[in-house]
Design a binder for this molecule. Structure first.
Ligand code: HEM
Length: 238
Protein backbone atom coordinates (compact mmCIF):
# COMPACT_ATOMS: atom_id res chain seq x y z
CA UNK A 1 0.00 0.00 0.00
CA UNK A 2 2.82 2.34 0.94
CA UNK A 3 4.62 1.64 -2.32
CA UNK A 4 1.41 2.11 -4.28
CA UNK A 5 0.75 5.48 -2.63
CA UNK A 6 4.30 6.58 -3.28
CA UNK A 7 4.01 5.62 -6.92
CA UNK A 8 0.87 7.67 -7.31
CA UNK A 9 2.53 10.65 -5.64
CA UNK A 10 5.53 10.28 -7.89
CA UNK A 11 3.39 10.11 -10.97
CA UNK A 12 1.69 13.33 -9.92
CA UNK A 13 4.94 15.14 -9.35
CA UNK A 14 6.33 13.83 -12.60
CA UNK A 15 3.46 15.22 -14.59
CA UNK A 16 4.40 18.60 -13.15
CA UNK A 17 8.12 17.92 -13.48
CA UNK A 18 7.78 17.06 -17.12
CA UNK A 19 6.04 20.27 -18.00
CA UNK A 20 8.45 22.22 -15.84
CA UNK A 21 11.45 20.19 -16.87
CA UNK A 22 12.25 22.20 -19.99
CA UNK A 23 12.21 25.43 -17.96
CA UNK A 24 14.40 23.90 -15.27
CA UNK A 25 16.64 22.42 -17.91
CA UNK A 26 17.37 25.87 -19.25
CA UNK A 27 18.54 26.81 -15.80
CA UNK A 28 20.77 23.79 -15.35
CA UNK A 29 22.37 23.90 -11.91
CA UNK A 30 25.57 21.97 -11.24
CA UNK A 31 25.73 20.16 -7.90
CA UNK A 32 26.56 22.21 -4.80
CA UNK A 33 28.84 21.10 -1.98
CA UNK A 34 26.13 19.19 -0.06
CA UNK A 35 24.56 17.48 -3.07
CA UNK A 36 24.85 13.72 -3.47
CA UNK A 37 26.00 12.47 -6.85
CA UNK A 38 26.69 9.05 -8.37
CA UNK A 39 29.11 7.66 -10.95
CA UNK A 40 26.17 7.52 -13.41
CA UNK A 41 26.14 10.54 -15.71
CA UNK A 42 22.47 10.10 -16.54
CA UNK A 43 21.21 9.94 -12.95
CA UNK A 44 23.39 12.93 -12.09
CA UNK A 45 21.97 14.79 -15.10
CA UNK A 46 18.42 14.14 -13.91
CA UNK A 47 19.31 15.64 -10.52
CA UNK A 48 21.26 18.55 -12.05
CA UNK A 49 18.28 19.33 -14.29
CA UNK A 50 15.97 19.23 -11.24
CA UNK A 51 13.95 16.43 -12.79
CA UNK A 52 14.89 14.36 -9.74
CA UNK A 53 15.66 16.07 -6.39
CA UNK A 54 18.69 18.32 -6.89
CA UNK A 55 20.15 17.23 -3.55
CA UNK A 56 20.39 13.68 -4.91
CA UNK A 57 19.26 12.56 -1.46
CA UNK A 58 16.30 10.49 -0.27
CA UNK A 59 15.17 9.62 -3.78
CA UNK A 60 12.25 7.18 -3.62
CA UNK A 61 12.82 4.02 -5.64
CA UNK A 62 9.29 4.56 -6.96
CA UNK A 63 10.29 7.99 -8.28
CA UNK A 64 13.39 6.52 -9.91
CA UNK A 65 11.24 3.89 -11.57
CA UNK A 66 8.69 6.42 -12.75
CA UNK A 67 11.41 8.75 -14.05
CA UNK A 68 12.97 5.99 -16.13
CA UNK A 69 9.58 5.19 -17.65
CA UNK A 70 8.06 8.63 -18.08
CA UNK A 71 11.03 10.94 -18.62
CA UNK A 72 13.35 8.64 -20.57
CA UNK A 73 10.73 6.30 -22.05
CA UNK A 74 12.55 3.14 -20.97
CA UNK A 75 10.51 -0.04 -21.28
CA UNK A 76 9.24 -1.82 -18.19
CA UNK A 77 11.78 -4.65 -18.49
CA UNK A 78 14.76 -2.32 -18.86
CA UNK A 79 13.49 -0.11 -16.04
CA UNK A 80 13.10 -3.12 -13.75
CA UNK A 81 16.64 -4.28 -14.52
CA UNK A 82 18.19 -0.87 -13.83
CA UNK A 83 16.09 0.10 -10.84
CA UNK A 84 16.56 -3.40 -9.40
CA UNK A 85 20.26 -2.58 -9.20
CA UNK A 86 19.55 0.56 -7.21
CA UNK A 87 17.01 -1.15 -4.98
CA UNK A 88 19.70 -2.95 -3.00
CA UNK A 89 20.84 0.43 -1.64
CA UNK A 90 17.36 1.48 -0.51
CA UNK A 91 16.83 2.30 3.18
CA UNK A 92 13.77 1.36 5.23
CA UNK A 93 11.83 4.22 3.64
CA UNK A 94 12.55 2.90 0.16
CA UNK A 95 14.86 5.77 -0.74
CA UNK A 96 18.45 6.04 -1.94
CA UNK A 97 21.12 8.71 -2.03
CA UNK A 98 22.86 8.95 -5.39
CA UNK A 99 26.26 8.59 -3.75
CA UNK A 100 25.26 5.09 -2.51
CA UNK A 101 25.71 3.99 -6.13
CA UNK A 102 29.43 4.78 -5.89
CA UNK A 103 29.92 1.79 -3.57
CA UNK A 104 32.81 0.07 -5.24
CA UNK A 105 32.29 -3.20 -7.13
CA UNK A 106 28.57 -3.51 -6.45
CA UNK A 107 27.23 -1.65 -9.49
CA UNK A 108 30.16 0.77 -9.80
CA UNK A 109 33.29 -0.72 -11.30
CA UNK A 110 36.79 0.23 -12.37
CA UNK A 111 37.55 0.99 -16.02
CA UNK A 112 34.78 3.55 -16.40
CA UNK A 113 34.96 5.70 -19.50
CA UNK A 114 35.15 9.03 -17.68
CA UNK A 115 35.86 8.30 -14.01
CA UNK A 116 39.03 7.32 -12.22
CA UNK A 117 39.31 3.90 -10.63
CA UNK A 118 38.58 3.45 -6.93
CA UNK A 119 41.60 3.92 -4.71
CA UNK A 120 42.94 0.62 -3.31
CA UNK A 121 40.72 -0.48 -0.39
CA UNK A 122 38.28 2.44 -0.79
CA UNK A 123 34.60 1.76 -0.09
CA UNK A 124 33.47 4.41 -2.58
CA UNK A 125 34.76 5.17 -6.05
CA UNK A 126 35.23 8.75 -7.30
CA UNK A 127 32.15 10.45 -8.75
CA UNK A 128 33.97 13.46 -10.21
CA UNK A 129 34.28 13.43 -13.98
CA UNK A 130 37.79 13.20 -15.38
CA UNK A 131 37.59 15.73 -18.23
CA UNK A 132 40.79 14.42 -19.82
CA UNK A 133 39.06 11.05 -20.22
CA UNK A 134 36.01 12.71 -21.80
CA UNK A 135 38.32 14.33 -24.36
CA UNK A 136 40.20 11.08 -24.93
CA UNK A 137 36.99 9.14 -25.63
CA UNK A 138 35.73 11.88 -27.96
CA UNK A 139 39.03 11.60 -29.79
CA UNK A 140 38.21 7.99 -30.64
CA UNK A 141 35.35 9.05 -32.91
CA UNK A 142 36.12 7.52 -36.30
CA UNK A 143 34.32 10.25 -38.25
CA UNK A 144 34.87 13.16 -35.87
CA UNK A 145 31.11 13.62 -35.58
CA UNK A 146 29.85 10.87 -33.30
CA UNK A 147 30.71 7.75 -31.34
CA UNK A 148 29.47 4.41 -32.66
CA UNK A 149 29.22 1.10 -30.81
CA UNK A 150 32.60 0.27 -32.32
CA UNK A 151 34.14 3.55 -31.13
CA UNK A 152 32.77 3.00 -27.63
CA UNK A 153 34.07 -0.58 -27.72
CA UNK A 154 37.49 0.85 -28.56
CA UNK A 155 37.18 3.19 -25.57
CA UNK A 156 36.15 0.31 -23.33
CA UNK A 157 39.13 -1.81 -24.42
CA UNK A 158 41.53 1.05 -23.65
CA UNK A 159 39.88 1.62 -20.25
CA UNK A 160 39.96 -2.08 -19.37
CA UNK A 161 43.59 -2.48 -20.45
CA UNK A 162 44.66 0.12 -17.91
CA UNK A 163 42.60 -1.20 -14.95
CA UNK A 164 42.46 -4.38 -12.92
CA UNK A 165 40.33 -7.09 -14.62
CA UNK A 166 36.58 -6.58 -14.09
CA UNK A 167 34.36 -9.30 -12.64
CA UNK A 168 32.33 -10.88 -15.48
CA UNK A 169 28.99 -9.40 -14.42
CA UNK A 170 30.43 -5.90 -14.20
CA UNK A 171 32.25 -6.27 -17.54
CA UNK A 172 28.88 -6.98 -19.11
CA UNK A 173 27.32 -4.06 -17.21
CA UNK A 174 29.97 -1.78 -18.69
CA UNK A 175 28.94 -2.86 -22.20
CA UNK A 176 25.32 -2.19 -21.24
CA UNK A 177 26.27 1.34 -20.15
CA UNK A 178 27.67 2.00 -23.62
CA UNK A 179 24.45 0.62 -25.12
CA UNK A 180 22.37 2.85 -22.86
CA UNK A 181 24.27 5.88 -24.07
CA UNK A 182 23.72 4.82 -27.69
CA UNK A 183 19.98 4.43 -27.20
CA UNK A 184 18.98 7.03 -24.60
CA UNK A 185 20.99 9.95 -26.00
CA UNK A 186 21.85 8.50 -29.42
CA UNK A 187 19.92 7.04 -32.33
CA UNK A 188 20.81 3.42 -31.52
CA UNK A 189 23.96 3.43 -33.62
CA UNK A 190 25.72 6.73 -32.86
CA UNK A 191 26.01 9.27 -30.07
CA UNK A 192 26.70 12.75 -31.36
CA UNK A 193 29.93 14.16 -29.85
CA UNK A 194 28.15 17.23 -28.50
CA UNK A 195 25.60 15.02 -26.75
CA UNK A 196 28.42 12.86 -25.39
CA UNK A 197 30.16 15.96 -24.04
CA UNK A 198 26.97 17.26 -22.42
CA UNK A 199 26.07 14.00 -20.69
CA UNK A 200 29.45 12.50 -19.85
CA UNK A 201 31.36 15.76 -19.43
CA UNK A 202 28.81 18.02 -17.77
CA UNK A 203 26.20 15.58 -16.47
CA UNK A 204 23.41 17.43 -18.23
CA UNK A 205 20.84 16.24 -20.73
CA UNK A 206 22.08 17.06 -24.23
CA UNK A 207 20.89 20.30 -25.81
CA UNK A 208 17.69 19.62 -27.78
CA UNK A 209 17.26 16.14 -26.28
CA UNK A 210 13.76 14.70 -26.40
CA UNK A 211 12.73 11.29 -25.17
CA UNK A 212 12.45 8.47 -27.68
CA UNK A 213 9.04 7.97 -29.24
CA UNK A 214 8.99 4.22 -28.57
CA UNK A 215 10.02 2.63 -25.27
CA UNK A 216 13.62 1.37 -25.18
CA UNK A 217 13.50 -2.31 -24.29
CA UNK A 218 15.93 -4.57 -22.47
CA UNK A 219 16.28 -6.70 -25.63
CA UNK A 220 17.39 -3.73 -27.70
CA UNK A 221 19.93 -2.60 -25.13
CA UNK A 222 21.33 -6.11 -24.59
CA UNK A 223 21.56 -6.54 -28.37
CA UNK A 224 23.63 -3.36 -28.70
CA UNK A 225 25.73 -4.36 -25.67
CA UNK A 226 26.49 -7.60 -27.53
CA UNK A 227 27.66 -5.56 -30.54
CA UNK A 228 29.97 -3.64 -28.21
CA UNK A 229 31.27 -6.94 -26.77
CA UNK A 230 31.94 -8.33 -30.27
CA UNK A 231 33.75 -5.18 -31.35
CA UNK A 232 35.85 -5.30 -28.17
CA UNK A 233 37.02 -8.79 -29.11
CA UNK A 234 38.15 -7.46 -32.50
CA UNK A 235 40.19 -4.69 -30.86
CA UNK A 236 41.63 -7.09 -28.29
CA UNK A 237 42.80 -9.44 -31.05
CA UNK A 238 44.76 -6.70 -32.85
C1 HEM B 1 17.99 3.22 -12.24
C2 HEM B 1 18.74 3.48 -13.28
C3 HEM B 1 20.25 3.50 -13.28
C4 HEM B 1 21.14 3.13 -12.32
C5 HEM B 1 20.87 2.56 -10.94
C6 HEM B 1 22.46 3.38 -12.84
C7 HEM B 1 23.63 3.15 -12.16
C8 HEM B 1 24.89 3.36 -12.67
C9 HEM B 1 26.12 3.14 -11.97
C10 HEM B 1 26.23 2.64 -10.53
C11 HEM B 1 27.13 3.45 -12.80
C12 HEM B 1 28.63 3.38 -12.52
C13 HEM B 1 29.28 2.27 -13.29
C14 HEM B 1 30.76 2.56 -13.43
O1 HEM B 1 31.48 2.40 -12.47
O2 HEM B 1 31.16 2.98 -14.52
C15 HEM B 1 26.55 3.88 -14.04
C16 HEM B 1 27.28 4.26 -15.14
C17 HEM B 1 26.73 4.65 -16.31
N1 HEM B 1 25.40 4.85 -16.57
FE1 HEM B 1 23.87 4.54 -15.29
N2 HEM B 1 22.34 3.90 -14.10
C18 HEM B 1 21.01 3.98 -14.41
C19 HEM B 1 20.46 4.45 -15.58
C20 HEM B 1 21.16 4.86 -16.67
C21 HEM B 1 20.58 5.30 -17.90
C22 HEM B 1 19.09 5.35 -18.23
C23 HEM B 1 21.59 5.62 -18.74
C24 HEM B 1 21.41 6.15 -20.13
C25 HEM B 1 22.25 6.95 -20.76
C26 HEM B 1 22.83 5.38 -18.02
C27 HEM B 1 24.10 5.57 -18.52
C28 HEM B 1 25.27 5.24 -17.86
C29 HEM B 1 26.59 5.33 -18.48
C30 HEM B 1 26.88 5.70 -19.92
C31 HEM B 1 27.50 4.94 -17.51
C32 HEM B 1 29.02 4.81 -17.68
C33 HEM B 1 29.78 6.04 -17.24
C34 HEM B 1 31.27 5.83 -17.33
O3 HEM B 1 31.75 4.93 -18.05
O4 HEM B 1 32.02 6.60 -16.71
N3 HEM B 1 22.52 4.95 -16.77
N4 HEM B 1 25.18 3.82 -13.95
Amino acid sequence: MFVFSLAVLSLGSLVVSRSVASDIRRSFVPPGPGDSRSPCPLLNALANENIMPHTGQNIPIALLNQTMREVLNLGADLTDALVGGAQQFADDNGTINLHDLATHNVLEHDASLVHDDAAPGAVYAPTDTNKAKVAAVSGLSTDGVGLTARDLAHARVIAEETSLPLPDNLAFAANVEAALALTVIGDGTTVDLAAFGDLFGENKLPEGWVKPTEPITLDVVVGIASQVAAAKEEFESI
